[in-house]
Design a protein around this ligand. Structure first.
Ligand code: BTN
Length: 256
């Protein structure tokens, strides 16, 4: 019997695809290509990663069957502004999943850059950038990993995959849909700035109005997840008032 192969991915007009069978990390490869001059909307996609990286120096489970893609973008903006693009990537994943698996819940984004299904992590985003001195960024790399077929069992936080949640999605189709949504959302962000991205992200956020625990480097904050401010900081309502948190890990928790 002949093996069946999925159709090759079709990326949105204006995107360039660098398809690799196996690589250490698509983010590292995208950064290398960006340093050599790769253009805006270069997508680096790999069948597997041998040294996939997550945020906070963690490893990213990267066997065959899942989506590993990093996009080179070249916005003209300072580093803090470029970090807003992590929310653009989250929205692009949420939209792409909704277009291919309509039963996916509407609220699935977790601050800052995670995608959850049934409270378990199905995708993560790693944003990296290069800026000489204090000037604008030279490039931004948005790395996204989506657990399509499998997920790691021994991780700090529970994970899942699209397959485990009953969503049969081909990696190639997901990549194509993701590219469409990256193009659309980066255009919105470039034209109108962060407000529409923020609004749409909050429309798809999980846990709004619920008790959370935010783990900082040396401190754990408890409060109610009240939203996100104009710069992408998480707003936490505490008995003493509202606090904007720029870095931290959010867990479901009991209010202070
Ligand atoms: C996280 O949630 O910690 C972020 C995970 C990001 C993983 C993706 S997979 C594609 C790209 N290449 C990497 O090495 N990391 C990102």
């Amino acid at each position: 019997m002949m093996a069946t192969r999925n159709p090759a991915p079709r990326l949105a007009p204006g995107c360039r695809l660098v398809a690799l069978d196996s690589v250490g990390s698509t983010n590292d490869e995208a950064k290398r290509l960006a340093g050599e001059g790769a253009g805006h909307l270069t997508f680096v996609w790999a069948g597997e990663q041998t040294a996939g990286r997550g945020r906070r120096g963690r490893a990213w489970h990267s066997p065959r069957g899942n989506l590993y893609v990093s996009v080179v973008l070249r916005p003209r903006c300072p580093v803090p502004k470029a970090m807003e693009l992590g929310f653009v990537a989250g929205l692009a994943i949420a939209d792409a999943l909704a277009s291919l698996a309509p039963a996916i819940p509407g609220r699935l984004l977790k601050w800052p850059n995670d995608v959850l299904l049934g409270g378990r992590k199905v995708a993560g985003i790693l944003v990296e950038s290069e800026a000489p001195g204090a000037g604008p960024v030279e490039w931004v790399v948005l790395g996204s990993g989506v657990n399509v077929a499998s997920y790691p069992s021994r991780v700090e936080r529970p994970a899942t995959s699209l397959a485990a949640e009953g969503c049969e999605v081909a990696v190639e189709a997901l990549l194509g849909a993701y590219s469409e949504r990256i193009v659309a959302w980066t255009e919105v962000w470039t034209r109108e700035g962060f407000p529409p991205v923020r609004r749409s992200w909050l429309d798809r956020a999980v846990g709004l109005g619920e008790a959370v625990e935010v783990r900082l480097h040396r401190e754990v904050l408890k409060g109610i997840f009240a939203g996100m401010d104009d710069q992408g900081a998480l707003l936490l309502d505490q008995p003493g008032g509202r606090r904007a948190v720029t870095v931290g890990e959010v867990f479901a928790g009991a209010a202070a």
